[in-house]
Design a protein around this ligand. Structure first.
Ligand code: NDP
Length: 297
C-alpha cells in the first residue's frame, strides 16, 4: 500500500502552531510582519504573492504589500529594499522572483538584510545552511524535510537522489539531506541536465526528490520497490480544462506509485509545505528580533 504524503494536511497543522506562536509574540508586543515586493506583471507571480499574503492573514502575520512598476529603474527596487531593511516593524522581506531583466537579481538577494531574509537566499544564510548552522532553511526543502519527518521516513544512512541543482530547491535540499543532523545523514547524489544515465541513479535510491521542472520525467521504470518519492515539480501542461491547462509534477504519479512506499501528490504535496515554511520563517524572524523564545515545531 503506497502512502500518500499529504502536504495539505501537514501544512494546516503547522498553520495552527503558527497561530499560537503569533499570539505569543503579540502578547510580548511584537506583530510579525512580512513585506512582499513584487516588481512584475506576470500573472503567476501576482498569484503567488497574493496567496502568500492570504496565508499570512490566516496565521496572524501582517502582510505589507509593495508593488513596483516592472519598467521602473532598478534603483527603485534597491531603495525599497533599503527602506524595508531599516524598518523595525518589518521582520521578513520577500522579493518575488523573477525580477525584470534590467535588475541584477544577485545584487537584490545580497541586499536583503540576512536577518529578514525569510527565503534563506542571502549568501550569508546559504553559507550558514552549508555550515550546519542555518538561520532560515529555504522554504521548499525545509517543507520536504518536515514532510518526511512527519511520515516517519528516516533519512539516516539512506541513498537519496536529488534531481535538480537550482539555488532555491536542489542545492539546499542536498545540503539538508547531507547535514549531520536530524532529517539528514543521507548519502546524497545530485543529478542535473548533464547527468549520464539518470535512471541508473534513481533506481539505486531509497529516496528520490524530483525538482527538474520536466513534466513526468521520473516514472516507475526509473524507481526501485519501496522508494520514497518527493515530487517538487509544478508544471503547466495543456489540458482540456476551463483554464486550458493543468498542473503536473516531475513524476509520473501512476507508474511511480506502483513502486513507491510513499509519494507526494501534485498538487497537495510539497507546494502547501513551501507556503507554510515561509510563514514559519517569518514567525522565527520575529521571535529573533523580539528576543522571544518561540518554540516552533
Ligand atoms: P530550475 O529550472 O531552476 O532548475 C531545474 C534543475 O533541473 C536544473 O538543475 C536542471 O539542470 C535540472 N534538469 C532540467 N532538466 C533535467 C533533465 N532532463 N534531467 C535531469 N535534470 C534536469 O527549477 P527550480 O529548481 O526552480 O524548480 C524545479 C521545479 O520545481 C519546477 O517545476 C518548479 O515549478 C517547481 N517548484 C515547486 C515548488 C513547490 O513549492 N512545489 C517551489 C519551487 C519550484 P541544469 O542545472 O543542468 O540546468
Amino acid at each position: 500500500m503506497t502512502e500518500l504524503l499529504d502536504g495539505e494536511a501537514l501544512a494546516a497543522r503547522f498553520r495552527e502552531e503558527l497561530v499560537a506562536a503569533t499570539e505569543r509574540l503579540a502578547d510580548a508586543g511584537s506583530q510579525p510582519t512580512l513585506a512582499t515586493v513584487l516588481m512584475s506583471d506576470d500573472p503567476a507571480s501576482e498569484t503567488y504573492v497574493s496567496m502568500k499574503q492570504d496565508d499570512c492573514a490566516e496565521v496572524g502575520i501582517e502582510a505589507r504589500d509593495v508593488e513596483l512598476d516592472p519598467t521602473a529603474p532598478a534603483t527603485e527596487l534597491h531603495d525599497t529594499v533599503d527602506e524595508l531593511n531599516a524598518d523595525p516593524e518589518v521582520n521578513g522581506i520577500l522579493v518575488q522572483m523573477p525580477v525584470p531583466d534590467h535588475v541584477d537579481k544577485r545584487r537584490v538577494l545580497r541586499q536583503v538584510n540576512p536577518a529578514k531574509d525569510v527565503d534563506g537566499f542571502h549568501p550569508e544564510n546559504v553559507g550558514r545552511l552549508v555550515a550546519g548552522d542555518a538561520r532560515f532553511k529555504p522554504c521548499t526543502p525545509h517543507g520536504i524535510q518536515k514532510l518526511l519527518a512527519d511520515a516517519g521516513v528516516d533519512t539516516e544512512g539512506k541513498d537519496a537522489v536529488v534531481v535538480g541543482r537550482s539555488d532555491i530547491v536542489g542545492k539546499p535540499m542536498v545540503n539538508l539531506l547531507m547535514q549531520k543532523a536530524a532529517g539528514g545523514n543521507a548519502t546524497v547524489t545530485v543529478c542535473h541536465s548533464r547527468t549520464d544515465d539518470l535512471a541508473a541513479k534513481t533506481r539505486g535510491a531509497d529516496i528520490v526528490v524530483a525538482a527538474a521542472g520536466v513534466p513526468g520525467m521520473v516514472d516507475g521504470d526509473m524507481l526501485s520497490e519501496g522508494v520514497v518519492v518527493v515530487d517538487v515539480g509544478i508544471n503547466r501542461v495543456d489540458a482540456d480544462t476551463e483554464k486550458g491547462y493543468e498542473l503536473v509534477g516531475d513524476v509520473d504519479f501512476e507508474s511511480a506509485s506502483e513502486k513507491a512506499r510513499a509519494i507526494t501528490p501534485v498538487p497537495g504535496g510539497v507546494g502547501p509545505m513551501t507556503r507554510a515554511m515561509l510563514l514559519y520563517n517569518t514567525v522565527k524572524a520575529t521571535g529573533q528580533d523580539a528576543g522571544v523564545d518561540i518554540d516552533l515545531p
